[in-house]
Ligand binder design. Structure first.
Ligand code: PNS
Length: 163
């Protein structure tokens, strides 16, 4: 049984992440979407909000789980008995950084395979940071994020946090 982890910041989860996750769930028996807890980088959304938004947004599929982790991704993979690390590859601009991560991870654990999945072309420009920027400037993100994330930002606006 192949277990795959799909690690990331998910700050917040976008339609591009959902696309990659759904593809992974068709390929692997079990997929764990794993939110990185990074003490050296302050995320926009608190960890609990990121996790709750993922839980509310992902398709209701038996083989998908949501989790969080600290430390090295390769060590988390070993703890989860995962053989595969999933990353989305949107465009050439992702390639260098993703290749670096895949190569360093390979030096740390030769048994873990990084597999890149390509989301639909309409999500090739999409990133969590762009979503945050547009939403925080009061723009509409309803076409690029799951409904719970859109609601989160709309509520955030109503609370007067956005000019
Ligand atoms: O969504 P992101 O921010 O592009 O995800 C990056 C992530 C979480 C996959 C990467 O930063 C990571 O694996 N961090 C954990 C620490 C680690 O293992 N570093 C060495 C490999 S990059």
């Amino acid at each position: 049984m192949t277990v795959a982890i799909y690690p990331g910041s998910f700050d917040p989860i976008t339609n591009g992440h959902i696309d990659v996750l759904t593809r992974a769930s068709k390929l692997f028996k079990r997929v764990i979407i794993a939110v990185l807890v990074n003490p050296s980088k302050i995320p926009f959304l608190p960890l609990n909000d990121r996790i709750n938004l993922i839980k509310e947004s992902i398709p209701d599929l038996e083989n998908i789980e949501v989790d969080s982790f600290e430390g090295l991704t390769v060590e988390y993979a070993v703890r989860k008995d995962a053989q595969v690390l999933i990353r989305g590859l949107r465009a050439v601009s992702d390639f260098e950084h993703e290749m670096q991560m895949a190569q360093i991870n390979k030096t740390l654990n030769t048994e873990l395979e990084t597999i890149f999945l390509v989301p639909r072309a309409e999500y090739s420009f999409l990133s969590s940071s762009l979503v945050r920027e547009v939403a925080l400037l009061g723009g509409d993100v309803s076409h690029i994020v799951p409904e719970p994330v859109n609601r989160y930002f709309t509520t955030y606006k109503k609370r007067g946090n956005i000019v």
